[in-house]
Design a protein around this ligand. Structure first.
Ligand code: PXP
Length: 298
C-alpha cells in the first residue's frame, strides 16, 4: 500500500509530463502491453510491485513441457506451450530479463527458440551456456545482453554446482573476452567460494551469479551457515567491482532468508515460477515473486 502511494506520489509531483510520457512509452515497449499508456498505464504501474532487485525469469521448463510432447517437431504450429508467449507473459508481469539455457544435449531450449526470443522480447536476454566452441559460436551470433557461464554435465538433472573458474582460467578468459568484445556482459555461476570470486574478477567477468542451491536445499543452522558464506562472497565480489546476482532453487518461501546477503542486483528464477504458473498462471507467479522481492533492502 505504501509502495503504491509512493509511486503515485512520485508520478504526480516529481516527474514532468514529458518524462512520465517517455516512461510510459518505455514501459509499453517493455511489456508489449498497449494498455500501459494513459490512465490505464498509471494504474498498471501503481499496482506493479516496486523493487530495485531485478528478476530474470528462466523459461527453460516451459520448453521442457513442450519437448515432452513435441520433441520430434518443436517448430510445428501445434507445438505448445509457446516459449515466446511465456516470455511475453513474464515481461508483461514485470520481469526484467528472460533467461534460457541452451544445453549441449538440447534437452529443452532449442537453437530456434534462442533466435526467436532474441528478435522478439522487449527486455534483456540472458543466455546460460557451458564453455564449448559450439555454444560460443551461437552466442556470438545471437549477441544476448548477458551470458552466464555454467558448468554442464550430461548426467545431471539440473546445473548441480558452481563453475570452477579458478581451474579453467585461460579457457574462460578467452570466452569472456570474445563475448565482451561482441557486446555481451558475462557472468560466472559460482559457489560462494572466495577463490572462485577472485578468479572471476581476475579473468574479466562483469558479474557473478551466486549458486543458491545449497541455501535452498537446507534449513536451520546449515542454511544459516550457507547464508554467511553467501554474504562473504557478495561482499568480496562487490569490493572487486563485480555485479552480484544469485539463482538456483529460489522460491517465494525461502527468499526472505536470503535477504541478509548484501549487494544483490538480480535473481534468476525458473523452476518455482513455472511450477506456480501451473496453478495461477505465469503472470500471477511473476507478480507474486516481485512482491516478495520488493521487501529486499540492500
Ligand atoms: N541460474 C542458473 C545459472 C541456473 O543454471 C539455473 C537453473 O537452470 C537457475 C539460475 C534457475 O534455477 P531454478 O530453476 O532452480 O530457479
Amino acid at each position: 500500500m505504501l509502495t503504491r502511494y509512493r509511486v503515485i506520489q512520485r508520478l504526480s509531483t516529481s516527474i514532468s509530463w514529458d518524462s512520465s510520457y517517455i516512461f510510459l512509452q518505455t514501459l509499453r515497449q517493455k511489456t508489449h502491453r498497449p494498455d500501459t499508456c494513459g490512465w490505464d498505464g498509471l494504474r498498471y504501474i501503481a499496482l506493479m510491485p516496486q523493487t530495485n532487485l531485478l528478476l530474470g525469469v528462466n523459461i527453460d521448463h516451459v520448453v521442457t513441457l513442450r519437448q515432452a510432447r513435441y520433441r520430434a517437431m518443436p517448430e510445428s504450429p501445434h507445438a505448445e506451450p509457446s516459449v515466446l508467449a511465456a516470455a511475453l507473459a513474464a515481461e508483461a508481469a514485470g520481469a526484467d530479463s528472460i533467461t534460457v539455457h541452451l544445453r549441449a544435449d538440447r534437452r529443452h531450449i532449442q537453437d530456434a527458440d534462442v533466435y526467436l526470443l532474441r528478435k522478439s522480447i522487449g527486455t534483456k536476454m540472458n543466455l546460460e551456456m557451458g564453455n564449448t566452441p559450439e555454444i560460443l559460436d551461437i552466442a556470438l551470433q545471437v549477441r544476448p545482453d548477458f551470458v552466464c557461464m555454467v558448468p554442464e554435465n550430461r548426467e545431471e538433472v539440473t546445473t548441480e554446482g558452481g563453475l570452477d573458474v579458478a581451474g579453467q582460467r585461460d579457457a574462460l578468459r578467452r570466452t569472456v573476452k570474445a563475448l565482451s568484445d561482441n557486446g555481451t556482459r558475462v557472468s560466472m555461476f559460482v559457489d560462494p567460494d572466495l577463490e572462485q570470486i577472485r578468479a572471476s574478477a581476475e579473468i574479466g567477468a562483469a558479474m557473478i551469479e551466486l549458486h543458491t542451491g545449497t541455501f535452498a536445499n537446507h534449513t536451520g543452522a546449515e542454511r544459516d551457515a550457507e547464508v554467511e558464506r553467501l554474504c562473504a562472497a557478495a561482499e568480496l565480489g562487490h569490493a572487486l567491482g563485480l555485479q552480484i546476482n544469485a539463482g538456483h532453487g529460489l522460491t517465494t518461501k525461502n527468499l526472505p532468508a536470503l535477504w541478509p546477503v548484501p549487494h544483490l542486483a538480480e535473481l534468476n528464477i525458473g523452476h518455482h515460477l513455472v511450477s506456480r504458473a501451473v496453478f495461477i498462471g505465469l503472470h500471477g507467479a511473476v507478480r507474486e515473486m516481485l512482491a516478495i522481492m520488493a521487501t529486499y533492502r540492500n
